[in-house]
Design a protein around this ligand. Structure first.
Ligand code: PEP
Length: 254
């Protein structure tokens, strides 16, 4: 049985005063029923210390939105996996489509990042997703499976089951367009086939999240799909009530 997981990706949003208000609202709205779900937030790296201190007493965990593919050294502007671990991160999002499209991240770099994250004792959340053009050309499954395979082939076999995968159709991120539950389920099933082909029973162990304009109204139907284990949430993670409602949906409590 895979435990549900909901991760909030704040992207490049936040200010110390607004973060404090949001984190306090989330911790006070969090109740025991949410223990059934792993819940994490990924603020911008500069706010990790603030978030770590405000979240320390509760059950909401901390993650990061990106990591450097190198361990340390002359990489101006980058943040290493070791640094993220020092600030209490358990999860690290890698290969987000904004990183791939705006900063040219390749499948090979995403695979390197996965290894750095695992070496530092954290969990990589590997994002995959097709563009609208790829979907309309019937290439969606092929695209996401090859993005996933690029990571699976590089990660040491004993660590494969620790991965989390996030299916995020590029056309649904921040656009208000959401994949239908059936469209998402089809892709999640195909990703499980890729996991199973890599290692026996890996498909049953790895959590696969859906991301792309998830909100309080559509979360229930998405999370009811058998192969969707939770969500990677952008915009709605900036509003405490919406994010908590999504977490409750993942816990089967809405
Ligand atoms: C994301 O940034 O990973 C995301 C899914 O964003 P949104 O929920 O805003 O579409």
């Amino acid at each position: 049985m895979r435990k549900a997981l909901v991760i909030g990706n704040w992207k490049m949003n936040g200010r110390q005063d607004a973060n404090e208000a949001l984190l306090n609202a989330l911790t006070s709205g969090y109740d025991n029923k949410l223990e059934r779900v792993d819940v994490a937030l990924c603020p911008p790296s500069v706010y990790l210390a603030q978030a770590q201190s405000l979240l320390q007493a509760g059950s909401i965990e901390l993650g990061a939105q990106n990591v450097c593919a190198d361990v340390e050294g002359a990489f101006t502007g980058e943040v290493s996996a070791g640094m993220l671990a020092e600030f209490g991160c358990r999860w690290v999002v890698i290969g987000h489509s904004e990183r791939r499209s705006l900063y040219g991240e390749t499948d090979a770099q995403v695979a390197e990042k996965a290894k750095r994250v695992l070496d530092a004792g954290m969990t990589p959340v590997v994002c995959v997703g097709e563009t609208l053009e790829e979907r309309e050309s019937g290439l969606a499954l092929q695209r996401v499976q090859s993005q996933l395979r690029a990571v699976l082939e590089e990660v040491p076999v004993e660590h494969l089951a620790e991965l989390v995968v996030a299916y995020e159709p590029v056309w649904a991120i921040g656009t208000g367009l959401t994949a239908t539950p059936e469209q998402a389920q089809e892709v999640h099933r195909a990703l499980r086939d890729t996991l199973a082909a890599q290692q026996v029973e890996l498909d049953e162990k790895v959590r696969i999240l859906y991301g792309g304009s998830v909100n309080a109204a559509n979360a229930d139907a998405l999370f009811a799909q058998p192969d969707i284990d939770g969500g990677l949430i952008g915009g709605a993670s900036l509003k405490a009530d919406d994010f908590l409602a999504i977490c409750r949906a993942a816990a089967g409590e809405s």
